[in-house]
Design a protein. Structure first.
Length: 342
């Protein structure tokens, strides 16, 4: 596994150089697609001994929720789930809360493919979209200066607007899903301020869908004991047949929330963009807060608004580039992929 020590004649070197050099206008020059991903980089099942260039990636985070991002528009990895498990491993790989693959879309500018560290699929990840929007903007993939992009994420079409110098991004997350059939839950209908049996206790919670399932609990204190106890129990609760993210929320006042999250397929993370939205929606429905709130997570602060006219939720946050690099699929990560395939 390597970071930025690359051959100067490689596509990886060119993309790292361009990610590192600004044009002075805050917009990075449009790159040749092969600078990011070449077909030879992307097939981890190729015969042993094949000469393959390294796979270029970008490590980014939003609110401490970190991701490995690769461009798959010109060829997708053969085993995305196995690649996610290898690259997201914090001991043997790059280390991340998820793998994000940029792909072509028939309904928007781009499509987001997302995998959790365990290789499982999630159709929606707000923080990943924040990062992906900045990634696309910085590389000028839609032309220099374009600030608005449409992403296909699962069944949703998400609009992103890059603000200022590119660090801040606003995302139109669409309408929240409140019916159990769409979240999904094992019972239809709304479940806001409902009771969920957990280990002989009745836990008050709300089920909200933001393209992925969320279970929101309002609590008096955001203690480690509470998060570590209820998080893993609720995330796999039978009431949520596809599992769920679990949000713990403390109301500070009418415009401010404090937040922790236990993510499905991950565990506790520093933040969760879609979870922040779900938590805000749940508290708004219970009339605990206004329709515009700030949400403080362990990794950073977000702004969430829910428009009563359009019924659409927007999320604003900061996305940062941590580093760029490359990995050899036939070396460190490649061996890990072989192990995972057993």
């Amino acid at each position: 596994m390597k970071e930025t020590r690359t051959r100067k004649n490689s596509g990886t070197y060119r993309v790292i150089r361009k990610m590192s050099q600004s044009t002075g206008s805050g917009v990075y020059p449009t790159i040749d697609p092969r600078d990011l991903v070449e077909p030879g980089m992307l097939n981890p099942s190729a015969a042993p001994g094949d000469s393959r260039d390294p796979l270029a990636f970008v490590k980014m985070h939003a609110g401490g929720n970190d991701f490995v991002i690769i461009d798959g528009r010109y060829g997708l990895p053969a085993e995305i789930s196995l690649l996610a498990r290898a690259m997201c491993d914090r001991h043997y790989g790059v280390g991340a809360d998820g793998l994000v693959v940029l792909d072509n879309s028939t309904t928007g500018d781009f499509r987001m493919i997302f995998r959790n560290p365990d290789g499982s699929t999630s159709d929606m990840c707000g923080n990943a979209l924040l990062c992906l929007a900045r990634f696309v903007y910085k590389l000028g993939m839609c032309g220099p200066g374009k600030r608005k992009f449409d992403f296909e994420a699962g069944l949703r079409k998400i609009s992103a607007h890059v603000i200022g110098g590119g660090e801040r991004v606003r995302i139109d997350m669409g309408q929240p899903i409140l019916d159990g059939a769409g979240i999904p839950t094992s019972e239809p209908g709304r479940h806001i301020g409902a009771s969920l049996p957990v280990d002989g206790r009745e836990i008050k919670c709300s089920a909200v869908g933001m393209g992925n399932p969320h279970c929101v609990l309002e609590v008096d204190e955001l203690s480690d004991e509470l998060v570590e106890d209820l998080g893993p129990k609720i995330t796999s609760h039978e009431f949520f047949p596809e599992g769920t993210n679990v949000e713990f929320v403390k109301v500070l006042d009418r415009r401010n929330l404090q937040f922790r999250v236990w993510e499905r397929g991950v565990g506790e993370t520093l933040s969760c963009g879609s979870g922040v939205c779900a938590a805000a929606v749940a508290m708004m429905l219970e009339e605990r807060v206004e329709r515009e709130v700030r949400v403080a997570t362990k990794g950073g602060e977000y702004e969430v608004s829910w428009n009563t006219g359009s019924d659409r939720v927007s999320l604003t946050g900061i996305a940062d580039i941590v580093f760029t690099g490359e990995c050899n699929l036939d070396q460190g990560v490649g061996r890990r992929l072989d192990d995972l395939a057993l």
